[in-house]
Design a protein around this ligand. Structure first.
Ligand SMILES: Cc1cc2nc3c(=O)[nH]c(=O)nc-3n(C[C@H](O)[C@H](O)[C@H](O)COP(=O)(O)O)c2cc1C
Length: 205
């Protein structure tokens, strides 16, 4: 018979760390570049991130609080998503520093701007995959009682895609080759993926 730790989040989890992030994990990382109206560039990682639609492709991330990325994207309607990879892990981490608005985290993290084609925010030149995105919805989240909370879901349509051709094998994008990093739980856990962890399963019917 199983013995469950049960809790109701509103009353606290009763553990040393909130387990939510470790349970819903590992999560892909939205490494988001944006620009304010004056053209100042910003870069930050968001692991409350995922893809939500194929056609048109829609991706999104949630900002806990009204952060610079949200402010810039609301103002300009554009952002670039970049793939965070194992070789770029430390740079990704450096780009989350809580610095003043207007400080370009590309510089802090030793990264280079690559020009985008359809939007103004630059891509991370060192990243092997980037998406150019246009804001489609900016949604303030609500709690179960209907009360507005200070968390902002940014959804955007992917209007252009850049893939390093080294990640394509006979026309198929290979996830393992890109060495993406994923965010686990706790203050510092990340996961890498490798070929040994791949398994295949086809849908019924
Ligand atoms: C791997 C990683 C994932 C993160 N995920 C989130 C997230 O999902 N939501 C959030 O609000 N902050 C997240 N943060 C913290 C932000 O990156 C940090 O607050 C950053 O300074 C925000 O930058 P900005 O104000 O320039 O947008 C994360 C940090 C790291 C390192």
């Amino acid at each position: 018979m199983s013995d469950f730790h049960y809790y109701e989040p509103r009353r606290g989890h009763g553990l040393r760390h909130d387990p939510l992030n470790a349970i819903v994990g590992p999560r892909p990382i939205g490494w988001i570049a944006s620009r304010d109206r004056e053209g100042r560039v910003n870069l930050a990682p968001y692991s409350f991130f995922n893809a939500f639609n194929y056609t048109p492709p829609i991706i999104g991330f949630a900002s806990i609080g009204w952060k610079d990325s949200v402010s810039n994207i609301e103002a300009t309607g554009e952002f670039a998503w970049n793939l965070a990879t194992r070789p770029l892990a430390e740079a990704m981490n450096a780009s989350c520093a809580p610095v003043a608005h207007g400080v370009d985290e590309f510089g802090l993290a030793g990264l280079t701007h690559a020009p985008s084609r359809l939007i103004a925010p630059p891509r991370v030149a060192e990243s092997p995959v980037s998406f150019e995105c246009r804001l489609t919805q900016l949604v303030q989240l609500k709690g179960g009682g209907g009360e507005a909370i200070d968390t902002w879901l940014v959804l955007g349509e992917v209007v252009a895609v850049h893939i390093d051709k080294a990640l394509l094998r006979e026309g198929v994008y290979d996830t393992v080759l890109a060495e993406p990093i994923l965010r686990g739980g706790g203050p510092a856990d990340y996961f890498a993926i490798s070929e040994s962890q791949r398994f295949r399963m086809w849908r019924p019917g």
